[in-house]
Design a protein around this ligand. Structure first.
Ligand SMILES: [Zn+2]
Ligand SMILES: [Zn+2]
Length: 245
């Protein structure tokens, strides 16, 4: 018989831990277990466990259900009535967010992309809503500026300095001797990962990136008379860049 996993135990937090503590614990664990970083055979399994624990404990409704019934979906499995959930048929999954958070080794000698991306989400609304206009609450995951360091990537007393290995270029040139002579190859700086900066005391929560995966909700005002396929732009809610870019 398999014992049910205890989500609090998985993240190593107390049962009364607040949202911030839970997020911090999750990020620390996730960073060491992410399959791009950890090649141990059971790392992926453990990463999934940590991810699942966080997806429940970071959601107020699911956490309350889990605390009360031992099941995030509530007693009948249909919990969560009355929560304003938007109709999302697109957008970014946690997997995408994680890939950019952990940055799966960019190659090609290009400096790393450090600015945040625009994010797209598909909303489905009714004809009546389109005609009269409406407000929709959209929930999505993004890389948001880190709460603990306000996006700087520095722990308290830490400083951002120019990377001493690449002198701020983000790239390093390696010279190899081959039978055909010397070969130069450019690659991403392994010390600063292409950003050109280094930090003496990186923030523990975000690992010095200045951003963390976050579940966000944003209210979108949809004007009357929108047509199918129309794009609306909401400023300031896309992906955060590295250290405030
Ligand atoms: Zn460097
Ligand atoms: Zn931080």
């Amino acid at each position: 018989m398999e014992a049910k996993v205890d989500y609090y135990e998985v993240l190593g937090v107390d049962r009364d831990a607040d949202a911030r503590t839970i997020k911090r614990a999750f990020l620390k664990k996730a960073r060491t277990l992410h399959p791009d970083v950890n090649k141990a055979p059971d790392a992926e399994e453990k990463f999934k466990e940590v991810n699942e624990a966080y997806s429940v404990l970071s959601d107020e409704q699911k956490r309350a259900n889990y605390d009360r019934y031992g099941d995030p979906d509530g007693p009948g499995g249909f919990g969560g009535a009355g929560v304003d959930v938007s109709d999302i048929f697109g957008g970014f999954g946690m997997d995408d967010i994680f890939s950019s958070f952990f940055g799966g080794g960019a190659s090609g000698g290009r400096a790393a992309r450090t600015a945040g991306r625009d994010m797209g989400i598909t909303l489905r609304i009714s004809l009546a809503e389109a005609a009269s206009g409406c407000t929709k609450t959209v929930a999505y995951d993004r890389l948001a500026p880190c709460d603990d360091c306000n996006g700087s990537g520095c722990a308290e007393g830490g400083h951002v300095t120019t990377c001493s290995r690449c002198h701020g270029t983000g790239r390093v040139v390696t010279v190899q001797r081959t039978i055909l002579g010397q070969m130069q190859t450019q690659s991403e700086c392994p010390v600063c990962h292409g950003t050109g900066h280094s930090i003496d005391h990186p923030c523990e929560t975000c690992g010095g990136q200045g951003r963390t995966p976050n579940h966000e909700t944003v209210k979108v005002e949809i004007p009357a008379g929108v047509h199918s396929g129309q794009s609306l732009k909401v400023e300031g809610y896309g992906e955060a860049g590295i250290r405030g870019d």
